[in-house]
Ligand binder design. Sequence first.
Ligand code: ZN
Ligand code: ZN
Length: 232
Amino acid sequence: MKDTIYTIPVSEVFEPKEGCPLCRMRDTLEERCLEYIMGAAMMEPDVRQDTNRQGFCTDHFRMMLTRKNRLGLGLMLQSHLDYIRQEVVGAKAPILGKDKRLEKAREVDEGCYVCARIDWAMERMLDTILGLWQKEEAFRTLFSQQECICFPHYRLLAQKAQEKLPKKALPGFLEVAGGLTLGRLEALKGDVDRFCNLFDYRNAAPGPIPEEVRSSIERSISYLCARQIGDK
Ligand SMILES: [Zn+2]
Ligand SMILES: [Zn+2]
């Protein structure tokens, strides 16, 4: 397994200063993982063993379907279905020892190879980010210049910071990260308020709807789910 494909320079993620940097990091990791499993890794038995065992979530199956490699997906499904048949639903109950069939079924049902790889790589990148925060003034500046941090990634950062940062560094980090997520939340709330007010009967002729008001619903969902919804 080539772990190097999951290493992204932090500067590459934070330089664009557009949207949530952790969403950008996740998108890059996701893209690389999908590219890898549907390409170079197709013939690697250890990767195939993992995809057979873990399967994929609906989001990642959908993403694979949009790629022009139906045969690749077919081959992966072929051995994944075989695994489920032989090791899970079609497996005989053991005469002695623990019955692992339900455990295996849960892993297939709840697991996802792509999600697991992304989570693993994100953990390592978060460690790097918090390390840089402590060591480099320039990185603290770059971090504070981000446009926003979405809600799930704020939670992830805050949780990781609680575990990893020394006590004296924690409040400063939480204040900056919290400010970036709160700034976006307040702007969205303002736009959603304006959207809802359009339907107030006292606003009989509201005139043209500004773009930021029209898109406030999709953008709020994106902020809450760490996923791009709609066009913007
Ligand atoms: Zn995010
Ligand atoms: Zn997934």
